[in-house]
Design a binder for this molecule. Structure first.
Ligand SMILES: NC(=O)c1ccc[n+]([C@@H]2O[C@H](COP(=O)([O-])OP(=O)(O)OC[C@H]3O[C@@H](n4cnc5c(N)ncnc54)[C@H](OP(=O)(O)O)[C@@H]3O)[C@@H](O)[C@H]2O)c1
Length: 239
């Protein structure tokens, strides 16, 4: 049976690799992003459906959901480090508030709103996968706090949806190369430090995350729900 898969933030990095992995199964895949040209181009390259949608906008999220029938797999990959928008002359507390709002919006509310918009389309056997971050465990600031909240929300979502047969998990990613996450601003020294923190001495790849998502959506993972799965080469261990 052909599965329907929605990947928010599917135009780049992790989301794109996840979409590609499910498209390889001949699933009917929908990707979203906020930038029309990138959505159109990526959808064409991957042979999937592209929907321009800011996942933090309730109206847009609802309009995107209206395009779907039943949904087998939702991957909330939209997120990242919001780029500063103020001119730098606003009062410090206003700038701080804007930074926190932007991070909570991009890394938490995107997943909350998208999931709520498609909730009645999930069926027994469906799964919700949200991309979290090692930043939730340490050094996270407003970004890490948003990703920690994502994991807390996932636990309650699982309690609500698992009785209907829907699994809900977070993949908490360590440093992953091949994305636009750092907006080109990752220094060689910082990169070396991030790799050095791992046990296997390598950066994560988008495929590491895509394969984990594919497993979470497989029949072998049906008893796995409410969890945060850490994919980071040992840079953070749970014990
Ligand atoms: N790369 C890493 O090292 C790393 C580590 C831990 C966790 N993560 C997480 O992995 C996820 C994917 O990021 P990435 O590393 O693959 O970065 P990326 O290459 O910058 O991809 C981010 C994607 O999300 C989209 N996006 C951002 N905000 C959105 C919104 N409000 N609505 C819809 N789409 C939105 C972007 O497109 P537009 O900007 O055009 O909308 C883009 O498609 C994020 O949640 C990030 O926090 C990344």
């Amino acid at each position: 049976m052909t599965r329907t898969v929605l990947v928010t933030g599917g135009t780049s990095g992790i989301g794109r690799a996840v979409a590609e992995r499910f498209a390889a199964d001949q699933a009917e895949v929908f990707i979203t992003g906020r930038t029309p040209g990138t959505v159109e181009q990526t959808a064409k390259e991957l042979g999937v459906h592209g929907v321009v949608c800011d996942a933090a906008d309730p109206g847009r999220a609802e309009a995107c959901a209206a395009r779907l029938g039943t949904l087998d797999v939702l991957v909330n990959a939209a997120g990242g480090l919001p780029q500063a928008t103020g001119g730098g002359d606003e009062p410090p507390l206003d700038a701080l508030l804007a930074q926190w709002h932007a991070n909570l919006s991009q890394n938490l509310l995107t997943a909350v709103l998208t999931t709520a918009s498609v909730q009645d389309k999930l069926t027994g056997g469906s799964c919700v996968i949200s991309i979290g971050s090692i930043g939730a465990e340490r050094r996270g600031g407003s970004y890490g706090a948003a990703k920690a909240a994502l994991a807390a929300w996932n636990a309650s979502l699982s309690a609500e949806l698992a009785p209907r047969g829907v699994t809900c998990n977070v993949i908490s990613a360590g440093y992953i190369s091949g994305t636009n996450f750092f907006h080109g601003g990752l220094s060689d020294e910082r990169r070396r430090t991030l790799v050095e923190e791992t046990h296997n001495k390598r950066a994560g790849t988008v495929d590491d995350i895509a394969q984990t998502a594919h497993f979470l959506a497989s029949p072998g993972a049906r008893h796995l729900t409410g969890q945060t799965i850490h994919v980071n080469g040992g840079a953070f261990t749970t014990r």
